[in-house]
Ligand binder design. Structure first.
Ligand code: AHG
Ligand code: MN
Ligand code: MN
Length: 336
């Protein structure tokens, strides 16, 4: 008989907390609330082709991009699932310019939540993988009061948990609290996330690169040289590398985590600070990838040590297998 494992996400989190006698169980409860939001979003994503939910809302988000209905739906679901549990003092979403405060009728908690409700949303209409990314910090201002911008603008190294949900051929939730990176696949028949990828370790070196090569003309000369280097023949180094680019960082980084790989979104002549957002894209993904044994930098400095100044700031990102990220950093520094 095939042995089946029934380690649910909730049980896994509780068992993790049991190893820390000082833990209050709060992190378990808030991650469970988050997984409920993930199930609701997953359900909606799965039936996106069936209901009249596709297409633009007609509004632009704070970055001037068109917001699709599902982005906004996911944003609202996350707020509704997370604002009343008493865990958070503030939230930040890609879809809202300012801090989201906790309504006065709810208890104010000691954590902050930053999220990208739907990542890769240009892929919705074509049925490619999309995701949700989240990042959690402990507040630094005194308990009991509404959260402030200071609570939200912490360096990535202060994250207490981070994760993503990928809505792909199945829905998978990957999270870390700094002790291993674990993946859970949603079993839609019972509505539970079940442990499917325990203690994910990213290969130290890969043979896959992931970048929007259409921007080649605008890249830093070091990045151009690095990509050309990956395309040269060298059997020992597994070159030429394969190119893979979904255009949804959750999907591209999920693949890199499991197969090894380097994902890049560098600053270029047109995107002076890169495209991806530090607080709810780069930092949480960096926490996950580093905990799995990988590396993440802006080409020079470690992502998680960047001191943020604004909620929606952008950063260059080079993330994935450690040796590959070190290599691109060398190419960049040689051209400076
Ligand atoms: P979002 O859908 O949250 O705006 O993020 C899209 C991001 C990221 O997921 C992806 O890696 C990148 O944009 C793709 O950008 P290009 O289309 O410029 O390659
Ligand atoms: Mn995104
Ligand atoms: Mn988004």
């Amino acid at each position: 008989m095939v042995k089946r494992r029934f380690m649910t996400l909730a049980r896994h989190i509780i068992e993790g907390e049991k190893r820390h006698p000082e833990a209050t169980g709060e992190l378990s409860r808030l991650l469970s609330d988050l997984s409920l939001a993930a199930k609701v979003i997953s359900l909606e994503v799965n039936k996106a082709g069936l209901v009249d939910i596709l297409g633009f809302t007609g509004d632009n988000n704070v970055h001037g991009e068109k917001v699709k209905k599902l982005d906004f739906f996911a944003h609202e679901i996350l707020i509704r699932a997370m604002d009343h549990g008493g865990h958070f003092c503030a939230m930040v979403s890609e879809e809202e310019e300012n801090i989201i405060h906790i309504p006065a009728k709810h208890k104010i908690g000691k954590y902050v939540l930053l999220f990208d409700p739907l990542d890769g949303s240009s892929n919705i209409d074509v049925n490619n993988s999309i995701g949700t990314i989240f990042s959690i910090y402990k507040r630094i201002t005194p308990d009991g009061n509404p959260g402030t911008i200071e609570d939200c603008l912490q360096q990535g190294i202060n994250q207490v948990a981070a994760g993503y949900i990928i809505y792909g051929s199945s829905t998978v939730l990957v999270y870390t609290t700094g002790e291993g990176v674990h993946g859970f696949t949603l079993d839609p028949s019972i509505g539970e996330f079940l442990l499917s990828h325990e203690n994910i370790r990213i290969p130290k070196k890969s043979h896959i690169y992931s970048i929007n090569e259409g921007n080649y003309l605008y890249w830093h000369p070091g990045v151009k040289k690095y990509i050309k280097y990956l395309q040269e023949e060298d059997e020992k180094m597994q070159r030429p590398y394969s190119a893979r680019y979904v255009g949804s960082m959750v999907a591209d980084i999920h693949r890199s985590l499991l197969y090894g790989g380097i994902f890049m979104y560098p600053a270029d002549h047109r995107h002076k600070n890169g495209k991806l957002r530090l607080m709810y894209e780069c930092n949480p993904m960096s926490f996950i990838v580093e905990t799995a044994g990988g590396r993440a930098s802006n080409g020079k400095d470690r992502i998680m040590e960047i001191k943020p100044t604004t909620l929606h700031e952008r950063s260059s990102l080079f993330i994935g297998s450690e040796e590959d990220v070190i290599m691109v950093e060398q190419f960049i520094s040689e051209e400076n």
